[in-house]
Design a protein around this ligand. Structure first.
Ligand code: UDP
Ligand code: MG
Length: 357
C-alpha cells in the first residue's frame, strides 16, 4: 500500500481554491519530498519504477535514430529489467521528431521530451535527468558513436557500488583535430580537479539516480558532470568503451568548444570548490600581490629617502603600485563573494548519502 492513503482526501475540482502564485510549484515540491523525490502516482498499486532509464539528447539526428532504437531494444531486451528510453529532442529542425513519434507508436518504452528550440546538450541532459524515473540512468549520444551493447557493463559498475561511471573511449574514431585537443583538455581537467579519469566528455555514462537528481547541469557544463558529482561527494569511476565513427550527419560542436571548455572548467572549479569560500581563492592572490607591492615600494621608498635613487625613473615603482591596487581589489572581490555566499546560506551545503533511523 502506498502512503497515499494517509493523505487527506483530495478536494474535488469545484472545491479547489484558485492556486496562489507559485502554489502549484510548492505543492509539487512537498509531494516530491514525501515520495523520495519522485512524483506521486495515482492508484493504490505499488508503483513500478523502471530499473533503468536511457537518456538520449539529440539535435538533428534523423538518420541514426531508427538504428539506435533497434540496437537499444536488442540490448535492453536481453537485460531482463524494466526500462524506459527517454529521447530529448533539442529543437531539431530535420525530421528527428517525426521519426521519434513513429518509434513511440510501436514501442511503449519510448518517451520523448521536445524542446521549443535548440538549447544545447547540457539543457537536454538536465531535462532528461529531471524526468528520468529509473534507479540507474544511462546517457548516450544519438549519433551511433556510442554502442548500446556497453550498457550492461556500465550498469554493473553502478550495481557494484559506484555512483557515476564514465565511458572511456580508449580508441577514438574521430579526426585528429578533435582527439588532440581533447587529450589536452582531459589531462588539464584531471590535474586541476584531482579526478582520475581519462575521458570527461564521453557521452556514454551511467549514474545512480541520486546523482542525476542532485547535480545541476546548465550552460555547457555537461563536460564536467564527473567534476560536479565528485564535489557533491559521489564516487566516480570509469570503464573502457568501444567508440565508433560518425556515420551520418556531422558534429554539432566546432573548434570553439575548446575555449568555452576552459572557461567552463573555471566555472566548474569555482562553483564546486570555492562557492562557499570565495575569499580563499581571491584572498590568497590578493594578499600575495599586496605583499609583493608593499615590499617593492617600501624598498624603493627607503632608497629614495637615502637619496640613492629618484622614483621618477623607476618603472618598478609603478609596478609596485599596480600590485598593491590589484591586491586590494582581489581581497575586496573575495569579501564581496563571501557576502553573496552568506545570503545563500539557506541552501544546504551538504548532501546526505544515507539516513539510518
Ligand atoms: N546534441 C544536442 N544538442 C546540441 C548539440 C548536440 O542534443 O545542441 C547532441 C547530439 O545530437 C548528439 C550528442 O549531443 O546526440 C553529441 O553531439 P556530437 O556528436 O555532435 O558531439 P561530438 O561527438 O562531436 O563530441
Ligand atoms: Mg558524436
Amino acid at each position: 500500500m502506498t502512503d497515499q492513503t494517509s493523505d487527506p482526501p483530495a478536494p474535488t475540482p469545484r472545491e479547489e481554491a484558485p492556486p496562489a502564485p507559485g502554489g502549484q510549484k510548492q505543492q509539487n515540491q512537498q509531494q516530491r519530498q514525501r515520495h523520495g523525490g519522485r512524483p506521486q502516482r495515482q492508484g493504490n498499486n505499488q508503483p513500478q519504477w523502471p530499473d533503468l532509464t536511457v537518456v538520449i539528447p539529440l539535435f538533428n539526428e534523423e538518420e541514426s535514430l531508427r538504428e539506435l532504437h533497434q540496437q537499444l531494444r536488442s540490448t535492453l531486451g536481453r537485460m531482463n529489467l524494466r526500462y524506459e528510453i527517454l529521447f530529448v529532442d533539442d529543437g531539431s529542425t530535420d525530421r528527428s521528431f517525426q521519426v521519434l513519434r513513429d518509434l513511440k507508436r510501436n514501442d511503449g518504452h519510448v518517451k520523448i521530451i521536445r524542446f521549443r528550440r535548440n538549447y544545447g546538450k547540457s539543457a537536454a541532459l538536465a531535462a532528461g535527468f529531471d524526468k528520468a524515473q529509473g534507479n540507474v540512468v544511462v546517457t548516450m549520444d544519438a549519433d551511433l558513436q556510442d554502442d548500446p551493447a556497453e550498457i550492461p557493463s556500465l550498469k554493473k559498475r553502478i550495481d557494484d557500488g559506484l555512483d557515476l561511471v564514465s565511458g572511456w573511449k580508449r580508441k577514438r574514431r574521430d579526426p585528429l583535430t578533435k582527439t588532440i585537443p581533447s587529450r589536452f583538455f582531459n589531462f588539464v581537467t584531471a590535474r586541476m580537479t584531482g579526478i582520475r579519469i581519462h575521458d570527461f566528455n564521453c557521452g556514454l555514462k551511467a549514474y545512480r539516480r541520486d546523482v542525476v537528481k542532485t547535480v545541476k547541469v546548465y550552460g555547457e557544463l555537461h563536460r564536467y558532470i564527473p567534476v560536479l558529482a565528485h564535489w557533491e561527494g559521489f564516487r566516480v569511476g570509469e570503464v573502457t568503451v568501444q567508440h565508433r565513427a560518425r556515420r551520418y550527419g556531422h558534429t554539432k560542436f566546432g573548434l570553439g568548444r575548446f575555449w568555452k571548455g576552459f572557461l567552463d572548467l573555471l566555472t566548474a572549479l569555482f562553483t564546486t570548490r570555492y562557492l562557499r569560500r570565495p575569499l580563499h581563492l581571491f584572498g590568497v592572490w590578493g594578499l600575495l600581490a599586496l605583499f609583493a607591492g608593499v615590499v617593492i615600494d617600501g624598498w624603493l621608498a627607503v632608497e629614495w629617502y637615502l637619496g640613492r635613487t629618484s622614483l621618477g625613473n623607476r618603472p618598478l615603482f609603478l609596478g609596485g603600485i599596480l600590485l598593491i591596487i590589484v591586491g586590494m581589489q582581489f581581497i575586496s572581490i573575495g569579501l564581496l563573494g563571501e557576502m553573496i555566499s552568506k545570503t545563500r546560506a539557506a541552501e544546504p551545503e551538504y548532501q546526505i548519502r544515507e539516513f539510518i533511523k
